[in-house]
Design a protein around this ligand. Structure first.
Ligand code: ATP
Length: 191
């Protein structure tokens, strides 16, 4: 269980959120207006940003889709995923290729270095990498950016299937994605 206690974040004189308290017990959507501080909150949970005050507990090992794709540009999509797996990844390679194919990425796309993939293909790679990595908490910052409706539906189905019971916070403004996921929505508008 992930808990956020009395969290406040300020940049200079600007306060993003104040005294935020939240418990995340399973997969949830994080919804807030643009500029509220969702990315900043996820970065605090990832340990990349210090809160002004307050604490977070129970995050453990994090797997993430960052706001940017953060792929190794010279590696293929499959290699970007196997990179996060311990030991020899050979045994998982076949299943990872199947995941990409289910995600609409054909052999031609899988032969390319990540630098030459489309925006939506890069996003799919970042998402599969996060799902394959061993983690206690999943933090997903707008993971559906650049995906067409069919790909979005496949991504939502994969997330529903793979996330299990662990805490997940998925930041999105995409109402269709929220509907497809069917997860509880944490609305931070008035936090
Ligand atoms: N390092 C920083 N220094 C100063 N201000 C920052 C910094 N990082 C973010 N901000 C500001 O904090 C505010 C919230 O940014 P953030 O990216 O967390 O919002 P968001 O809710 O994720 O927005 P969006 O939905 O548009 O992606 C913005 O006004 C942004 O300019």
């Amino acid at each position: 269980m992930l808990t956020i206690e009395h969290l406040t974040k300020q940049f200079g004189k600007k306060t993003l959120f104040r005294d935020l308290c939240l418990t995340v017990e399973g997969p949830a959507v994080l919804w807030a207006p643009s500029g509220w501080g969702k990315t900043t909150l996820l970065r605090i949970l990832m340990g990349l940003e210090e809160p002004t005050s307050g604490i977070v507990q129970g995050v453990g090992r994090v797997a993430a889709v960052f706001q940017e794709d953060r792929l190794c540009p010279q590696l293929t999509a499959v290699q970007n995923v196997t990179l996060v797996l311990p030991g020899s990844a050979e045994q998982y390679k076949e299943q990872i290729i199947k995941d990409f194919q289910q995600f609409g990425m054909d052999a031609a796309a899988l032969a390319l270095p990540a630098a030459r993939l489309s925006g939506g293909q890069k996003r799919r790679t970042a998402l599969l990498r996060a799902l394959w990595a061993a983690s206690d908490t999943l933090l997903l910052d707008e993971p559906f950016t650049g995906m067409d409706p069919d790909t979005l539906a496949a991504a939502a189905a994969l997330l529903r299937e793979r996330c299990g019971e662990k805490p997940v916070l998925l930041a999105t403004h995409d109402r269709e994605a929220i509907r497809l996921l069917g997860w509880p929505v944490v609305e931070l508008e008035n936090a």
